[in-house]
Design a protein around this ligand. Structure first.
Ligand code: SAM
Length: 368
């Protein structure tokens, strides 16, 4: 498979370079996953992507001298900004928020490894995007067993065509991923490549007992096994995962209302929230109604807001959200900085919970 500027040998070498980078970053991966990255090319799925330039504008990057290197680097490639696909963008580019991308390959590898796909497994992917991850799933399971869904018709149609050209006749459908895809259920494996606060029940319902669900939940990737009684239990992967959200969860686009707010000093410097390990722990303490955007917090239940700048925190609404972050930080230090992979996750009819066993044997449970 050649491109206008690159021959087959260059393309093969690029895949070998990417696969060895992934192995270095991800550590002990199953050989089946590494082999999938060696066999499935990324470039047919990202003929054009955006580069975010210094002036804050996303400009389309088409096959040029640097294109192949970027395609086979361990990098996220943004392909859609506020609904404008890179393939439709003019050279002046667009400003806005990324709404579709090809995920960081080493993170894809970790998630595929956790998903443990075997030939013949029925797989559902939520978040088709470019179709590259779906192509890897097809390589692992067999294309006849893979269903991938996305919210945008254009993305789905383009991915379907590109998958077909790569020899993978998978089912690609435009639906709201929150509903899964009941027409193809049940699935042995369910994977989401967009993030959620809580797992949509459909993803668990459509998975068979003994099956696996891998999905970014609250900034970390959860891996759950479906139990015969309908519940699902599992843990988080060790690495952080900032995914674009499953749209329709209704939390996008908000500002801390600083005009109405007061401020106070804090001993806890705001940089603590730049540590993804602590940020995940803080989010659990803040609870399911609080959304965090970097160092800014908002509780959708009571309208409280907080934004920390160094050792000053600007607060709005009835509740001091930063007090919760301060308490979370004390507990985090007391418990020897618990890592996300030490925590358990469970989902069932009584709710979705994350659990932590402290060094003294006591357990804490947070509702997702
Ligand atoms: C990080 S991208 C997926 C990357 C993709 N797996 C790939 O290999 O290129 C996240 C995708 O989730 C999709 N998405 C967001 N909200 C969705 C929803 N409610 N239903 C289905 N897909 C959704 C976005 O359109 C976007 O394409």
């Amino acid at each position: 498979m050649t491109t206008l500027l690159h021959d087959d040998e260059q393309l093969l070498r690029a895949r070998v370079v990417l696969a060895s980078k992934i192995e270095r970053v991800s550590g002990a991966l199953s050989s089946r996953v590494v082999e999938a990255f060696l066999n499935v090319p990324r470039h047919p799925f990202v003929p054009v992507f955006y580069r975010l330039e210094q002036d804050g504008v996303h400009r389309p990057c088409r096959a040029d001298a640097g294109w192949l290197r970027e395609v086979y680097a361990d990098r996220v490639l943004v392909t859609e900004v506020d609904g404008v696909h890179a393939e439709d963008a003019g050279p002046e580019g667009v400003r806005g928020v990324a709404t579709s991308s090809s995920t960081l390959p080493s993170l894809m590898a970790d998630m595929l490894d956790a998903l443990d796909v075997r030939p013949g497994d029925r797989v559902l992917e939520i978040g088709t995007g470019t179709g590259y991850n779906a192509a890897l799933l097809c390589h692992l399971a067999g294309a006849a067993h893979v269903t991938t869904v996305d919210r945008a018709e254009y993305l789905v149609a383009t991915a379907r065509t590109r998958l077909g050209e790569a020899g993978f006749e998978a089912v690609a459908v435009r639906v709201d991923g929150a509903d899964g895809y009941p027409d193809g259920a049940p699935y042995d494996r369910v994977i989401a490549t967009c993030g959620v606060r809580r797992l949509p029940p459909a993803w668990l319902d459509q998975c068979v007992p003994g099956g696996l669900v891998v999905a970014p939940v609250g900034g970390a990737v959860a891996r759950l096994t479906k139990l015969p009684d309908g519940r699902a239990v599992g843990r988080f992967l060790h690495r952080p995962a900032a995914f674009m959200p499953l749209r329709g969860e209704g939390t996008a686009g908000w500002e801390v209302a600083e005009a109405r707010a007061g401020s106070r000093a804090t001993e806890l410097d705001s940089y603590v929230l730049d540590d993804p390990g602590f940020a995940f722990w803080a989010d659990l303490h803040l609870g399911p109604t609080v959304v965090r955007d970097g160092r800014a917090l908002r509780d959708f239940a009571d309208g409280s807001t907080a934004r920390a700048h160094g050792r000053t925190v600007v607060l709005g609404g009835p509740r001091d959200l930063w007090r919760t972050v301060e308490a979370a930080h004390r507990a985090w230090l007391d418990q020897n900085r618990p890592r996300r992979e030490w925590l358990t996750v469970e989902a069932g009819p009584e709710g979705q919970f994350v659990g932590c066993t402290a060094p003294d044997g006591s357990t804490v449970r947070w509702s997702l």
